[in-house]
Design a protein around this ligand. Sequence first.
Ligand SMILES: *Cc1c(COP(=O)(O)O)cnc(C)c1O
Length: 397
Amino acid sequence: MSASGSENWRPRTRAVRTGSRRSQYGEVSEAIFLTQGFVYDTAEDAEARFREAGPDEFIYARYGNPTVAMFEERIAALEGAEDAFATASGMAAVNGALVSMLRAGDHVVSSRALFGSCLYILEEVLPRCGVEVTLVDGTDLDQWRAAIRPDTRAVFFESISNPTLEVIDIAAVCEMAHEAGATVIVDNVFSTPVYSRAIELGADVVVYSATKHIDGQGRCLGGVILGSREFIRKTVEPYLKHTGGALSPFNAWVMLKGLETLDLRVRAQTEAAQSIARALEGHPKLSRVIYPHLESHPQQELARRQMEGGGTLFSVEIAGGQAEAFRALNALEIFIISNNLGDAKSIVTHPATTTHQRLPDEQKAELGITPGLVRVSIGLEDARDLLDDLRRGLDAV
Ligand SMILES: *Cc1c(COP(=O)(O)O)cnc(C)c1O
């Protein structure tokens, strides 16, 4: 077995070739090591490995596994991170990154526009453990400045928020956080590893739900935490290996193969998303089209500076409200009504009644999750068919 990799490879080469651990059979496609445990030649070997495992030595799949290690190494190379720990889901990554480093009495500042389950961790789980959490409007740098204190241990945000596609100024928030000595954890799902510059802009830790674009074909749950070797091995790994958030080797293999086509898929989906969003602007049944790289987005300049592509998602607000939005969704023939995103299949989601259903109405209003808001995830179908389908949906309103 040997790990390959080169510092000088460009991202697309890294995404296809880094991290392979070829077995004695010389396989081309990476092997799935579907095993929970590993055999030691002698009792002394077992003792030595438990004391300190070498890079090609494994103990138990909750701690690590060769297929999982290949995925970790490949995505770390792609993101430009020193190290990575793969997790059973994106939420295991968000929870693992935060809980592994926080203690009762710590203070956390987070943007308030978050995926519903991320909000649950910040509003319910952390306070229950004695961590004080301050939520801010992430687009307002003055609110970050006012909230970050000398005892702030961590800062958390989604670089592009779900589902209203607000853009957070990564470099500016990192600078303020670092002045206070806080660790910055960025949930970077909407930006995808293809457009991510989070580490270059100052983020200490990046988390992904691999369930989304990295799988990209709606098959498996997975997640990953990326950061310095010190943070991953000394803080994250001890917490996750003992609390059971490990990624399954089979799912790791799906994600590993997903990385090989990620760049092609995300760029094609982004191009289609941008052209469809642009074509829908001004549609009489829509009061708003939200896409980070459209001139109409209030943070277009920041979005372009921070991300080479605008991403594979946009949101629209259907004039009227929930009844009109449901009528449009129900009339679609190609788009499926679901709650995943980044998939090869195009998906529409009504956040107010699904992913963000549990939030009180005032909080939904504050986050811009209106009854007419529909999140659109563009897949790999022909963009012309997708635009026709959305127009068909809107005609039904
Ligand atoms: C989906 C998602 C998650 C959670 O990922 P799972 O794999 O579903 O656990 C976290 N953050 C964001 C921004 C997401 O879109």
